[in-house]
Design a binder for this molecule. Sequence first.
Ligand code: F6R
Length: 596
Amino acid sequence: MCGIIGCVGRGSETLDTLVHGLSKLEYRGYDSAGVAMADERVSLCKKSGKIEDLRDALESATLSGSVGIGHTRWSTHGPPTDANSHPHQDCQGDVAVVHNGIIENYQSLRDELVAAGHTFTSDTDTEVVPHLIEDALAEGAEPEAAFRQAIARLEGSYAIAAVVAGTEAIFAARHDSPLVLGLDDGATYLASDVPAFRDFTDQVVYLADGEFARLDDAGWEVTDSDGVSVEKDVDTIEWDPEETGKSGYDHYMIKEIHEQPRALRQCLRERVDEMAGTVDLDDLGDLSPTGVQFVACGTSYHAALYGAHLFREAGIPAQAFLASEFATSVPPIGDALVIGVTQSGETADTLSALRAAQKRGARTLVVTNTVGSTAARECDHAFYIRAGPEIGVAASKTFSSQLAALNLLTLGMTNSDDAREVINALRELPGDLQRILDESRAEDVAEMYADAGAYFFIGRGLQFPVALEGALKMKEITYKHAEGFAAGELKHGPLALVTSETPVFTVVIGDDEKARKTVGNVKEVEARDAPVVAITDGQTDVHRYADHVLEIPETHERAAAVLANAHLQLLSYHTAAKLGRNIDKPRNLAKSVTVE
Ligand code: F6R
């Protein structure tokens, strides 16, 4: 999704700082990029394509000033062209604006501005903003007041930053789209996400909805919608800039897959009392839910399905909903606790669902990776998965950490008969996972099936979300058709697609009734000549029907889900690598999806 960077106070390094910030936001997904700087005039350069294309264009551009803003655009209104790239300008070229989000009333504003004589040069919703600022300036408003007047006309979601000729300042505002300030000696940054300036500072201030910021040589100020100064907390970012580098790996995704043991240890650290067999849920207090509704999207939805299963096992009614469906047709909530699962904490669908739940009086909790995110601030409670920054667009380590965090949450909120057993399995999990990462034969399997036309993934119970996640990962980064099914559902239709050309990956854990039934389903696909790859702890005879086995050690089935998923992550990664895909930035996808 779109990214914003701004900086004041870096003198002749301003332009390099902006482009560096944009490169750090690349992981969010984008299709064009641009920068604008201000001194007596506003100068800008923007290009569709990659940051490299922008760099090339900058070689022949003349930008000047020690105040600037930059943007990576992920198209919503209008295709990815140079003209649609941000920053956008007014008719005089005295104002430049970058924007994340969607301005819902842009068409009526545009009609009004066109009728008043303004000329538009792009298809974007954003372009109304510089023209509104231009009008306010023409009526004699000071730049900051003109910016506020323009923002007051907008409906929708936005993080917006603007520069104005003759004013060495950045003006910014947020509503439903994140903005964070970075504070350094003599320099101030503004960004949609911390990695944009993390190389320069770890001191940050998160803007809240409805707040405005002004950055200039004198420093920074945050104000509310009435212009009254707001006292803000300064937070310290705990992760290292190094964590956002590739550390010698070919891709962020494989680096992040390998970071999972460490991420899991961080998630568990100081939260589990092994002697007492109890879990400490930070300062969540006693939530004692009588029912739980999860809302989430994509990979996080798969984690939510797993979480709902855990609550049900503990005797608490629980369901997982796709956030985009929940927000528009909210089912009765009663006094359920609504739990959002979101890595970024900024996913628009999930935020909408949580807000809809809050409107109906529900208590909300978010399980997230991102301290200071919108979800963390808006929900009644936040529980952090502590996975560290994830740059690869396809979620990997954050899924494992979500599963671990959801185990902690259920153990801390419910009385499980097998709490000790789960805690022991969680304690062993980082080590078991490390062994899988070191020894997995998933790359060999990927080599064998990289040319397959389609892939199917099946699992039952807790392994069903793992099958869904295996398929999602495969389709995201290989662009191949892949589907995950509840193992028992295969024979109700999808079996028609199964042939000798469609490898079926099956997760079979334990030797209970679920596992035995899944083996029965495996026999059904084997009888249709489909190649079978079993991810199993070897407790059933599934190997007799499988062409290949990816082993995991015997452990609690909750931990087994994380281990089985690691094989599937490696499988997708190596398949995508063999196909030469853009693994860290798959086509059409964005890391943080801030539109509904
Ligand atoms: C898949 C993936 C997405 C996200 C989804 C929700 O690899 O990353 O499906 O899981 O967009 O994002 P968050 O968790 O940030 O709410």
